[in-house]
Ligand binder design. Sequence first.
Ligand SMILES: [Zn+2]
Length: 317
Amino acid sequence: MIKKVVIILFVFFMLLPANAQQESKKISLKFGKHKDFFRFVFICEDIETTKSVNAKLDNEGTIKLFFPDEFDFEFEGKSLSEKDNIKGIKTEKKDKTLVIKTTLVKEIKISRLDNPPRIILDAFFEEGLKEEILSRGVVLIDAGHGGKDTGLQFKEFNEKDITLHIAKEIATKLTQKGIKVSLIRATDEDMSIQRRIRVEHALKPNIFVSIHVSNKEQFNVYTSSIKKNFIKETPSKILLIENTAVKNFTKKISEKFSEPTYSEKLPLTILKESISPAIMIEIPRRILISDKKYKEKIIDAFVQAIELTIKEKEKEK
Ligand SMILES: [Zn+2]
């Protein structure tokens, strides 16, 4: 009997190291957000590994790291799964490659240190995004159009100027109420939708509001039923906030205006690509020729709707 137990134990111990070897090697990851860059630190088990890691950055701001072997990346006590994220930055693991999708990085620098053996990857932000990242606002406002893109026109009036005026006024009023606000553009400048989305990705606001003018005498509130860039675990929350925002805008507008409000789900690029709760609102076209009073009423309604949405979101926590 004893002999049998000994044999079983022996077999067991023989198997143990074999099993352990099958597990992939571990790299623990550390992440830090700095003024001008993200720092990713990969702590390896040996110096050989650190020497054979390569990194590449593409035009979209995606970082690809090539490792000499398959590794198990451990971040905050958890292993990164195939599709995961590091503090909201999307990652993808495939064989010996780790992809980090930053969208806003323009330069990377890699250094290798011993003791413990580690690779330090500093990913520097695009110029102009630095300050915005520092002063991360909870509300992000997008004034539609800009620069060569005038949007709707009536006589000498342009949609791009109206949206900018309203966006800036909303920002001022929300700031006075102690709510942090960022603007996608604060001047009359050309800005692609992709660039707007990149700012949104970088800031990850609690709510993203894009302002436009309707070609009809009505308010339109749009959200997208499709979201391309959900960060794991948050889709239902995002949709909930979007619905709350639509409800609040509709309510505040109907209290103050006679024009009807239509809400619709539309897969508009800026809404679909955003990672935060995002709505687009179109103001009746009479705003183009209207007086200061009408504009102020719009601004007040929007400020109240945004404030209400933010407060309801805070209550949920
Ligand atoms: Zn527009």
